[in-house]
Design a protein around this ligand. Structure first.
Ligand SMILES: [Zn+2]
Ligand SMILES: [Zn+2]
Length: 308
């Protein structure tokens, strides 16, 4: 069933089936799907012959497991790019999750409710801006797709959004191989955005799942747990893979899929930022905190407000 909604066409719940209208999914490669919470966060489902993994589990604003179950009949475990709340909200719906050991404490602790309140305030600013953006896009720019077009928040989200605890996580470390049967994902520890950030490389298919280490909107390097030197080293390491990566699958924003060469653009941006070869402008992050934004042709990087 399709419904013409707020600026887009998207599925509504069929009678007796789970309400999947918060999500948008599409295949991006054989056995690989984008599971988007459009305008918010991207999770990635990767299926092999025997099992599947969901790379990150989203905000937890709406159940993600029924959405995943509609895409694959394989057993599904969760593996994480990092422990930030916007990537782990659906963990409670799964039996097994895995994360880099540097993120295990944060995952066990769960998100601070104040963090969710700040995020909902951001989501409402985004939704308030969306109609004007859709109108301009429809007339002039033609970039907006269902990957990016934000959907209405569920009713009563202020009280219903309260993710349950994650299962005790298994460790994921540099060099680990997640075997799915006829397909495997290699774990690359890529600290910078956070100490626990990892990427997943499917060498055979040429896919890199990058979490928040690579994004096509502002790359968040402003948080207290971020480390610019480590970020630059990690993105340089990823850039060395660019010729062998066909697609980079990222954690946020409407352009959640990029070609491998984008890895070089991001590494170049970090190198220029480290070298001081950059102009900084004031901006605000999704917590509405003041930051400085280093703007490059292909991407931008948020750094702390006191950065110079
Ligand atoms: Zn993050
Ligand atoms: Zn994120």
């Amino acid at each position: 069933m399709l419904q013409i909604g707020h600026g887009g066409v998207y599925p509504t719940a069929l009678a007796g089936s789970p309400d999947v209208s918060w999500f948008f999914t599409r295949p991006v490669a054989r056995g690989v799907w984008l599971v988007a919470e459009p305008g918010h966060v991207n999770s990635w489902l990767v299926a092999g012959r025997d099992r599947a993994v969901l790379v990150d589990s989203g905000l937890g604003i709406a159940p993600i497991r029924p959405v995943v179950a509609a895409l694959t009949g394989r057993p599904v475990d969760v593996v994480h790019t990092h422990a930030h709340f916007d990537h782990v909200g659906g963990d409670t719906e799964f039996d097994r999750v895995a994360i880099h050991p540097d993120g295990a404490a944060e995952l066990r602790a769960g998100a601070d409710p104040a963090e969710r309140r700040r995020y909902l305030a951001y989501a409402r600013r985004l939704l308030a801006a969306a109609p004007a953006y859709r109108a301009l896009d429809g007339e002039f720019f033609h970039l907006l797709s269902a990957d990016a077009d934000p959907r209405p928040l569920p009713p009563d989200v202020d009280t219903t959004w309260s993710p349950g605890p994650a299962p005790e996580p298994d460790p994921l470390v540099e060099g680990d191989v997640v075997d799915l049967g006829g397909r495997s994902l290699r774990v690359l520890h890529t600290p910078g955005h956070s100490p626990d950030s990892v990427c997943f490389l499917d060498e055979h298919a040429g896919l890199l799942i990058a979490g928040d280490t690579v994004n096509t909107g502002p790359i968040y390097a402003q948080a207290p747990e971020s480390d610019l030197a480590a970020f630059a080293a990690s993105t340089a390491r990823l850039a060395a893979l660019a010729d062998d990566v066909h697609l980079v699958l990222m954690g946020h924003f409407g352009r959640g899929v990029a070609e491998g060469s984008y890895l070089r653009a991001v590494a170049d941006a970090f190198a220029r930022l480290r070298a001081g070869d950059v102009t900084l402008r004031p901006a605000r992050d999704c917590d509405d905190d003041p930051v400085r934004e280093a703007v490059f042709d292909a991407c931008s990087i948020y750094v702390p407000a006191g950065f110079s």
